[in-house]
Every structure is written in C-alpha cells, then in structure tokens.
Design a protein around this ligand. Structure first.
Ligand SMILES: Nc1nc2c(ncn2[C@@H]2O[C@H](COP(=O)(O)OP(=O)(O)OP(=O)(O)O)[C@@H](O)[C@H]2O)c(=O)[nH]1
Ligand SMILES: [Mg+2]
Length: 251
C-alpha cells in the first residue's frame, strides 16, 4: 500500500474514533484554511481560530460572523489567548471519560503549538516549515486523550498561490515567488503600509506599486545580481517566509 494512502487511512480512523475534532484554522485566512470536507463531522467539530495574536482585535467580529454556523473559539497557541474558552468548548462536546480529542487542519496552522499549550509541555514538534508533524500519537492530559495530526490539504485545493499564503508550501519550494510576494505586499499596502516600512526599514508611500517595493526590499537587504540589479527572486522568498512565520503581520 502506498505511504500516502496509509497516512490517509490512519487520519480517517482518528477522525472516526475522536469524540471531539478540533479543526484549527489560521485567523489571517479563516475561509482559506477551513476544510469543508470536515463538515461531515460537524456534530463533534470545534473550529479553533488560531494565531489570533496576528490579526487586529477589530477583525474578531468579522471572524465570528464568517463562522456563525460553526461551533468556534478564537485562540492563540502562542500567547494562550482564549484557552479557557477552548477547554469549556471541548468539555461540552465530550461524551465519555477520557474523551478522545483530535487536532486537525492545514499544514502550519499551529496544531502542534496548540497541542503543546494544552498539554503544558513540548509534546509535539513545532516548526515554521509546513509538514513538521508526521506520525499520530495519543497523549493523556486534563482527563482527555489528545492527538496531534499531520497537516492535510484537501484534494480540491490546487492553486499554488493560495497554498503559499496559507503557509502550506514552504517558500523555498516555490518556482516563481515574485507574483505571490507582490500579492502579499499589495495586501499590506492597502491594509497597513507602515508594517512593510517597519519590517524592512524602507520608504513606503501609498503611490508605490508592490513591484517597486519588492525592488526596494531587495536593495535594502543587499540582494543584488551581478551588475547590481535587484534580486527579486530572493527578496520575494524573504517576504513569503516572513509572512509564513508571522514576522510580517497586520496587527
Ligand atoms: N504568532 C503565532 N504563531 C503561531 C501560533 N501558533 C503557531 N504559530 C507558529 O506557526 C508555525 C507552525 O506551527 P506548528 O504548531 O508547527 O503548526 P502545525 O499545524 O502543527 O504544522 P504541521 O505539523 O506542519 O502541519 C510555527 O512557526 C509556530 O511558532 C500562534 O498562535 N501565533
Ligand atoms: Mg504539527
């Protein structure tokens, strides 16, 4: 049997066995990291909107509206925000002791970070590189059995740009990072241009185009090609990496 298929079967088994399925999504892209396929487990589904420390509080209302049909909580595995709400939501879904709780979601949304926060120790390996968690391991804590799972991308998901922005593909594996970095810079230019200014220590005005800014970032960082042209390829990968790591965030 192929490795992928084995993993898939193990994943399905975890979902079936679990009493509570915590579907972790990224607060910066809730719709994009929400896997609609998991709706078939809706009666035991709890959506944990993670990385809330990376979005302004004014965005919380919008997130609540987008998820109004889901049982959901806003959390940050990094700062501990919303953890007590998460525990009560888990408890109200748990129907036996110890209840089994599976943590699932896209690669890199922070499943292992959340698992560590819940278990209060470094149970699961965390990394800014998607695809860190590989196996499946149940951990007993707080009267529950928790399991962290490897990130899964639904089959219908194909657009590379989308996957990159969600942090599901690592920046170094992208063939053509420039348009993606420009899309990102364009968003920041609209929502908080000062963030680009601070992060890269460059001049930014609203009249600047994303490609102009990418060029400025390359020069500022000394990413130059022979002849002194800016190395946009390296600058684009830097911007994508910073976004995936949360160094470049709207807050
Ligand atoms: N700012 C911020 N960063 C977070 C938060 N949670 C996780 N991260 C960061 O996001 C990156 C991915 O975290 P992981 O916990 O490894 O994500 P994962 O979902 O387990 O990833 P895979 O196992 O690869 O699927 C790491 O760099 C974490 O430090 C959070 O709440 N806030
Ligand atoms: Mg993980």
């Amino acid at each position: 049997m192929g490795n992928q298929l084995k993993k898939w079967i193990a994943y399905r088994r975890v979902l079936r066995e679990a009493d509570v399925v915590i579907h972790v999504v990224d607060a910066r892209d809730v719709k994009g990291t929400l896997n609609r396929w998991l709706n078939k487990y809706k009666s035991k589904l709890l959506v944990a909107v993670n990385k809330c420390d990376l979005v302004p509080q004014t965005a919380f209302g919008e997130i609540d509206t987008a998820l109004s049909s889901y049982n959901h909580v806003l959390v940050s595995g990094k700062t501990g925000l919303g953890m007590s709400a998460l525990y009560s939501a888990i408890s109200s879904l748990a129907r036996r002791t110890p209840a089994k709780v599976a943590i699932v979601g896209y690669p890199n949304v922070g499943k292992s970070t959340l698992m560590n926060r819940i278990c209060g120790r470094h149970t699961a390996k965390v990394s800014p590189i998607p695809g860190e968690t590989k196996g499946v391991q149940w951990v007993s804590t707080r009267g529950f059995l928790f399991v962290d799972t490897p990130g899964v991308i639904p089959r219908y998901e194909r657009r590379e740009e989308d996957l990159v922005l969600k942090g599901a593909i690592r920046a170094d594996n992208i063939l053509n990072p420039e348009p993606i970095a420009e899309e990102l810079i364009g968003r920041f230019l609209e929502e908080s241009p000062e963030k680009i200014k601070e992060t890269y220590d460059i001049m930014v005005s609203r009249r600047d185009t994303p490609s102009k800014l990418l060029e400025r970032i390359a020069r500022r960082r000394g990413f130059l090609l022979k002849g002194g042209e800016p190395n946009l390829y390296e600058a684009a990968k830097l911007v994508i990496r910073d976004y995936q790591r949360g160094r470049l965030s709207i807050s």
